[in-house]
Design a binder for this molecule. Structure first.
Ligand SMILES: Cc1cc2nc3c(=O)[nH]c(=O)nc-3n(C[C@H](O)[C@H](O)[C@H](O)COP(=O)(O)OP(=O)(O)OC[C@H]3O[C@@H](n4cnc5c(N)ncnc54)[C@H](O)[C@@H]3O)c2cc1C
Length: 444
């Protein structure tokens, strides 16, 4: 390939990377490079999203920046490049159609409400210019309406959804696509400039991300050990699924062969993506409307203690400190801290959800919202309201030797460790009574 800049007259296709940062088994990209026109891949640092982030050192932005840089370098080794833009997507598209002769645009679908609205606007704009904008399923195994009840409506209960998911998975195992780099159908281009983190208003972080590799050795015991936060038996792939730095299809095939229980977690992920697609109102409202009538206490001092991991309940505090320090929290502990916030402290699940959204490296609106609504009992297939996790029994069951607790709470067992901010027995009963009364008096 020569590396003369593409002229504005050269007809090209564009692949728009969003949460699919890889060349291998990337459905939209594979279709793009298999088409008639050479492909200019692009990425947009979306100002609508970045402007909502408050911390200058945001590991997610750093992760994206590194991932994009790595894609760009690989393209440059092939004599091409990646066009990286910063701004509002529609405005960028208005600029791109002026600059290039775009014949087709490819992307992978995103099911969150903001992304759906953004893509609808871009689709309408491109259509008006006579440019096809095609989305592909890449982020999930089954999407939208692929798993439906017999009456053709979407499921809201997990178990029958999962049964149908599994049947369909067995009938139609995921198809794997090739490596787009090997197709060699990218536009020749000199290396293009890319905004630095500072240009974007951010700073480098100490982000130490898990490798995008499924450690098969964790899977045989996944079912029995997945709930123990001190054990290394979960995959830590969530950040990679979030940003598409690994293929969900490949992982489902690989992991599913060794652990049905692990694959079941990918089904939960699909379930929540399907729920948010069909019920975008869950972003702000309880899935079950009557749960929007719980009179939350919303005590700000207690919320602060929860955020800082100073509630006096060791499993809760260890989890929150793990989150604050690393951006990760083990799933069992996420359930315990979320139950504690919404039930013991009677703080609106949306407060906890927003705090997680700010801190989690793997933050994904659909799974985070689903997890919080599950814990607060307001969700589609949630824990019943009278199920209040006992943080001390959870500790005794899942971190008996206090390995996890001591790792994250160095002052544990010393007078510096706080006393419980709330009495478990009282708080449990208060939660049950409050929920019961609110639900009984709801006039929906
Ligand atoms: C309150 C709460 C908030 C959560 N917020 C998020 C979030 O923002 N982003 C996120 O990816 N997960 C979220 N989860 C789900 C789960 O905690 C994480 O996916 C998991 O801890 C990630 O670790 P892992 O990759 O080692 O998981 P593994 O146990 O190895 O599971 C494999 C993959 O399955 C998916 N998965 C696992 N559990 C769930 C689940 N309960 N729901 C949906 N998908 C699941 C993830 O993609 C995960 O990487 C949340 C759970 C709760 C209770």
């Amino acid at each position: 390939m020569s590396t003369t800049p593409i002229s504005s007259q050269t007809p090209i296709a564009i692949h728009w990377f969003r949460r699919d940062f890889r060349f291998d088994d990337n459905v939209g990209l594979y279709h793009a490079v298999s088409g008639e026109y050479s492909v200019l891949p692009i990425f947009i640092f979306d100002d609508n999203i970045l402007s909502e982030l408050t911390a200058k050192q945001d590991r997610r932005v750093d992760f994206i920046h590194r991932a994009i840089n790595s894609l760009k370098k690989k393209l440059e080794e092939k004599g091409s490049s990646l066009l990286v833009k910063h701004g509002k997507p529609l405005a960028i598209w208005q600029e791109l159609v002026q600059k290039y002769t775009i014949k087709a645009v490819f992307t992978n679908r995103d099911y969150e409400p903001y992304a759906q609205a953004r893509d609808k606007a871009v689709y309408a704009f491109l259509k008006d210019k006579g440019i096809d904008f095609t989305g592909y399923k890449d982020h999930v195994i089954f999407e939208k309406n692929e798993i439906l009840k017999k009456d053709g409506t979407p499921y809201s209960v997990y178990s029958p959804y999962a049964r149908r998911w599994r049947e369909r998975y067995e009938q139609h195992p995921p198809q794997i696509y090739g490596d787009a780099l090997e197709e060699n159908n990218f536009v020749p281009s000199p290396p293009l400039a890319m905004p630095t983190l500072a240009n974007l208003g951010f700073e480098k972080t100490d982000g130490d991300f898990p490798p995008p590799v499924l450690q098969e050795s964790i899977l045989p015991d996944y079912k029995t050990l997945r709930d123990f936060p001190a054990k290394p038996n979960t995959s830590r792939l969530s950040i990679h699924f979030r940003f598409g730095t690994v293929s969900i299809r490949k992982m489902a095939l690989m992991g599913g062969a060794l652990s049905a229980s692990w694959q079941n977690e990918l089904t939960w992920r699909d379930f929540y993506q399907m729920i948010i697609f069909h019920h975008p109102r869950v972003v702000t409202q309880a899935f079950k409307p009557k749960y929007d009538h719980i009179p939350w206490r919303n005590d700000e001092t207690q919320f602060k203690a929860w955020c800082e991991g100073k509630t006096g309940y060791p499993l809760v505090d260890a989890g929150m400190r793990e989150l604050n320090e690393t951006g990760f929290m083990h799933n069992r502990v996420r359930m315990v801290v979320a139950s504690f916030l919404t039930k013991h402290l009677l703080i609106d699940w949306r407060w906890g959800e927003a705090y997680f959204a700010q801190k989690l490296l793997d933050f994904e609106l659909a799974s985070n919202n689903g997890g919080w609504q599950w814990a607060s009992s307001s969700g589609c297939d949630a824990a019943p309201y009278f199920r209040v996790f006992n943080p001390s029994s959870q500790l005794a069951k899942f971190d008996k030797e206090l390995v996890y607790v001591k790792k994250w709470i160095p002052e544990y067992g010393t007078p510096d460790y706080p006393q419980p901010i709330v009495d478990h027995k009282m708080a449990r009963q208060r939660a049950i009574d409050t929920y019961k009364q609110a639900l009984a008096t709801w006039q929906g």
